[in-house]
Design a protein around this ligand. Sequence first.
Ligand code: HEM
Length: 225
Amino acid sequence: MSPAARVRALKLTTFAAAGAPLVALTAAALGGGLGANPVETITHETGEWGLRLLLATLAVTPLRRLTGWQLLGRVRRMLGLWSFFYVGVHFATYAVLDAGLDLGFIVEDIVKRPYITVGFATLVMLVPLAVTSTDGAVRRLGGRRWRALHRLAYLAGVGGVVHFLWLVKADLLEPLVYLVVLTGLLAARIPAVSSALGRWRATPARRPDQGRARATLAPRGSEGV
Ligand code: HEM
C-alpha cells in the first residue's frame, strides 16, 4: 500500500471509530433506548467520549515515539476535534436540556459547583485549540508558538479528569483509571522518559526507515506536542 493510501485508510478508520459513539447514541435516542433518564445518559456518554478522545489525542506523541509509527501523527488533529465535538454536545446537553438555557442558573452553577467550574474551564481551554487546529493557523502562529499553545491540551486533560473525579459520589474506579492513564501520558513528556521511549524501539536495523517516515509523514510544524 502506498504511504498516501495508508494515511487515507488510517484517517477513515479513525473517523469511523471516533464517530461510532455518536451513531450509537443517535440510534438509541431515535429508538427510545436511552433509558429512564435520557438527558443523564447523553451527558454521561458525551462526557466520557470527550475525555477518552482527549486522552487518545495526548497519547499520539508517546505512542509514535514508542512504536516508531509516524503515521499516527496524521490523525491527532481529527481525534482532538472529535473530542471537542463530544465535549461541545456534552455542554449543550447540560445548557439546553438540564439548565433550560437559563443563563443566570448556568453562571451560578459555574460559580458555585466546583466540578462545573472545572468542566467549564476545561471547555474554554479546548476552544483555542480547536480554532487553531488548521494548517493555516499553524503557519500564522509559527510552529513554536503553535506547539506552546497546544500544550494546553495537557491542562485540559487534567481538567477533564479532575471534573470527573469531583463529580462522582461513590464509585471512584472509573475516574481513577483515567487519572492513571493521564499520569502515564504526562510522565511520557518528561524528557528522560520520552527519550527512553525512543531508545526502547530504536534498534539500529530500524533507524533508516524511521528517519524516512518522519521526513515524509509528520504533520507540518506540529511535532513534539
Ligand atoms: C461547561 C462545561 C461542562 C459542564 C457544564 C459539564 C457538566 C457535567 C455534568 C452535569 C455531568 C453529570 C454529573 C452527574 O451525573 O452527577 C458531567 C459528567 C461528566 N463530564 Fe462534564 N461538563 C463540562 C465539561 C466537561 C469536559 C470539558 C469534559 C472532558 C474533557 C467532561 C467530562 C465529563 C465526564 C467524563 C463525566 C462523567 C460521565 C460519567 O459519569 O460517566 N465534562 N459533566
